[in-house]
Design a protein around this ligand. Sequence first.
Ligand code: FPP
Length: 231
Amino acid sequence: MAESELVVPRHVGFIMDGNGRWAKKRGMPRNYGHDKGADVIEEVVGACRDLGVKTVSLYAFSTENWSRPKDEVDKIFELLHKFLKRYTHKLIRDKIRLIISGDLEAIPEDLKNECLSLIERTKDFPEFSLNIAINYGSRAEIVRAVNRLIDGHFTSVTEKDIERELYTSTIPDIDLVVRTSGEQRLSNFFMWQCAYAELYFTDVLWPDFHKEELKKAIEWFSGRKRRFGGI
Ligand code: FPP
C-alpha cells in the first residue's frame, strides 16, 4: 500500500507482549527479552511519529505484573529508568510530551522522580505525546477517577466527568491497539479509552516488532470501516 493511501490512526496503543518467550527461544533469561523489548520502543515510537501518529501509549508495567518474581520486577523498573535517561535527549529534541499513567507511589523513588521531572520538562509540547503505563490497570484508573469525583462532592457523574479524571484526560481515545505475541486480550489496558479501538493481533514477539511490522498494522487499520455504533 502506498504511503499516501494509509489512514493513520491518531493514537496507537501497544501491548508489548512476548519478551520472555523471545528470550527463551534463544536460551537466554527472560530479562534479556525485556532488554531487547526496550530497545525496539525507540524505533517504533519514531516510526509512529514519522507516519503522522500523534499519540502513542505503551503498556510497560501492569498492576498485575507485581506477581512476577521480584528480580524480574526490579529489572523492568531498572530498564524503564535507563530507557527514560537515554531517551531524555530525544524527548526534548523532538518535542515529545511524556505522560505517565498509573500509580507512581509504589514504584522505586528514583524512577518516580525521573518520571515527574520529565513530565514537567515536556508538558508544553503540543504535537506528539508518549503515554507510558506504569503500575497501571484500567479498572483501578476508573475507580480512582470515581473516588476523585466523590471527593469533589459529586452525587452523580457523566462520562465527561470521568474522562476528566483519567490519567489520559489530555489525549484522545485510542484508535488502534497492537498486541504482539499471539495473545488476544486487552489485559486491563486503557479499557475506557479503547471503547471504539480497532484491535490488531500479531504472532510477532515484541522484540521482533520493527518498522515493517508497524506498517502492516497501519495498513490493516486503513482497511477497517469504523462505524462508532452507526451503520
Ligand atoms: C510482556 O512480555 C512485557 C512486559 C510485561 C513488560 C514490557 C516491558 C518492556 C518492553 C521493557 C521496559 C519498558 C519500557 C517502556 C522501556 P512477557 O514478559 O509477558 O513475555 P512472555 O509472555 O513471553 O512471558
